[in-house]
Design a protein around this ligand. Structure first.
Ligand SMILES: [Fe+2]
Length: 300
């Protein structure tokens, strides 16, 4: 089923014209009426990487910067530590408290779930509501694979989260470490494969495409990269605060060898996000440097 795409202006215009032809089976939403939410997105801190302190330094620098930035909360999209190091979790648990905004984390494939629950948050699959939006966070990473997995129980739980958000007239943002969107070279080819929950997830999404504004991930270390081909939902990956790698995406998209969008910036950094009033704006903030690179999506 393809969602009906009609915006509020069109609906108002139709009703002003006295149209009796406009028959909607359900209410329609986008970001138009959502008051602007301002938040920060970090990912892939990889504390302990290379057995030196560079990842820790980046994270401490990011905390100092984020405390000076606008935003009501912070999302961390996974891989808190590198290679499952337990010794790094107490450092993370202590330093996350230095943020002057609440932070909500999900595990990545480098985070052993038991350690993540012990040191970071007891529940990996949960939702938080801010303003008119529900942020649904869940763990789709396995330690022994770069692919993502959405289990049957998680799909059932996601369905209740989506339905409850609709009932409460909330827009939806979904966050999980591994992208759900199919990708192949020049991207990494790591995603939720059709038999691992992708098919069922996108089937569920068809019922909520008009209110699901974005699906957010970490994992790729390739800056801001994404697609917008499931309705108007923005599916996007976020930069690592530790390191990013160049996959030649600007040239390959220009040459028609890759689809979707890419912000041409790869320095270690985080993202300043604004969502609402018909728009999602993502501003790349390299550590210790001026903001550089923006992705903006509109709903109309
Ligand atoms: Fe990572």
């Amino acid at each position: 089923m393809h969602p009906i795409q009609i915006n509020r202006r069109q609906m108002l215009a139709a009703s002003a014209a006295g149209s009796t032809q406009l028959c909607l089976s359900r209410r329609l939403f986008a970001a138009d009426d959502l008051d602007v939410l301002s938040f920060v997105i970090v990912s892939d801190t990889h504390l302990g990487r290379n057995n030196n302190a560079s990842a820790e330094k980046n994270w401490r620098k990011a905390i100092d910067e984020i405390n000076q930035q606008p935003g009501d909360f912070v999302l961390h999209l996974g891989d808190v530590v590198d290679s499952g190091r337990e010794s790094q979790y107490p450092f993370y648990a202590d330093t996350r408290k230095l943020l002057n905004k609440p932070i909500h984390e999900i595990p990545g494939n480098h985070d052993p779930v038991d350690l993540f629950k012990k040191y970071v948050t007891a529940e990996t699959d949960r939702s938080v509501d801010y303003g008119g939006a529900r942020f649904i966070l869940f763990n789709n990473a396995h330690r022994d694979s770069h692919d993502g997995f959405i289990e049957g129980e998680q799909l059932a739980w996601l369905e209740t989260q989506f339905a409850d958000a609709a009932e409460k007239d909330l827009r939806i943002v979904v966050c999980c470490h591994v992208p759900i969107h199919t990708n192949k070279n020049p991207d990494r080819g790591w995603y939720v494969k059709p038999d691992n929950g992708q098919k069922e997830f996108y089937e569920l999404l068809t019922h909520y495409t008009d209110r699901t504004l974005a699906i957010m991930h970490g994992h790729f270390h390739n800056g801001i990269r994404g697609w917008r081909d499931h309705g108007q939902t923005v599916e996007t990956l976020f930069p690592s605060i530790c390191y990013n790698q160049n996959r030649g995406l600007t040239d390959r998209i220009a040459a028609g060898k890759a689809t979707g969008f890419f912000v041409d910036e790869l320095r270690p950094g985080y993202v300043l996000a604004e969502l609402g009033k018909g728009k999602l704006t993502l501003r790349y903030k390299p550590l210790a440097a001026d903001q550089h690179g923006t992705y903006a999506a509109e709903w109309s």
